[in-house]
Ligand binder design. Structure first.
Ligand SMILES: [Fe+2]
Length: 209
């Protein structure tokens, strides 16, 4: 039986291990570019709201949030001139960008918190409901729900943020685009929920502006 001092040491050790292996730590370790880091933090916050609306349980929400926080970490390996290109990418350039999902998974390798849900988000957040996504072109409910959710929150943040090739869109314009892609890029049930509770996302968006 542990005494109170030993319990305290154990708690401290667990906290230290958690911190050492947390997704936040990886963001520091890899010195992630600030714009990618901020995008992943915002997507993680939107994802927490949407995963809760989709009735995922506490553990699932915790993991999907971590996955969202790291979902584009593989972009660290993609040259800046491709990421920040303001004209349309050609086929070869797009091929390079697409590799960020696999690069992300590689970076995550051997990390203690590399749970399946986290890996699914990183590898599969560009799959599309209609099967036209990447890297595998899987469709519908064969795409794990965690990746289907993050594909929506990722797109919402991309639309409402300024990029080298585009202005930031308003919440209303972003909603219009998300809804138009319901059943194409996105799971219609997830888009319905996002639309129904859009004020929650708009409120969060206002905090970032
Ligand atoms: Fe991505």
């Amino acid at each position: 039986m542990l005494n109170s001092k030993q319990i305290l040491i154990l708690i401290k050790k667990i906290r230290w291990l958690k911190k050492k292996e947390s997704p936040y730590k990886i963001l520091e370790e890899y010195n992630i570019k600030p714009e990618i880091k901020q995008h992943m933090i915002r997507v993680s916050n939107y994802t927490e709201i949407l995963a809760d609306l989709m009735c995922l349980n506490k553990l699932e929400i915790e993991e999907i949030k971590k996955g969202a926080l790291l979902h584009d970490i593989g972009k660290q390996e993609i040259p800046d001139e491709l990421l920040n290109k303001f004209t349309k990418l050609d086929e070869d350039e797009f091929k390079e960008i697409k590799k960020h999902t696999q690069f992300g998974l590689k970076i995550l390798n051997n990390k203690k918190y590399a749970k399946t849900r986290i890996e699914n988000v990183i590898l599969l957040h560009h799959e599309k409901w209609n099967g036209n996504g990447y890297p595998f072109g899987i469709k519908g409910k064969l795409i794990p729900i965690e990746a289907r959710i993050v594909s929506v929150t990722d797109c919402y943040d991309a639309l409402t943020s300024e990029r080298a090739y585009k202005e930031r869109f308003s919440h209303e314009k972003a909603m219009e685009i998300l809804i138009s892609e319901s059943g194409n890029s996105f799971d219609p049930d997830i888009i319905s929920m996002f639309e129904l509770f859009q004020n929650k996302f708009e409120k969060k968006l206002k905090e970032y502006r």
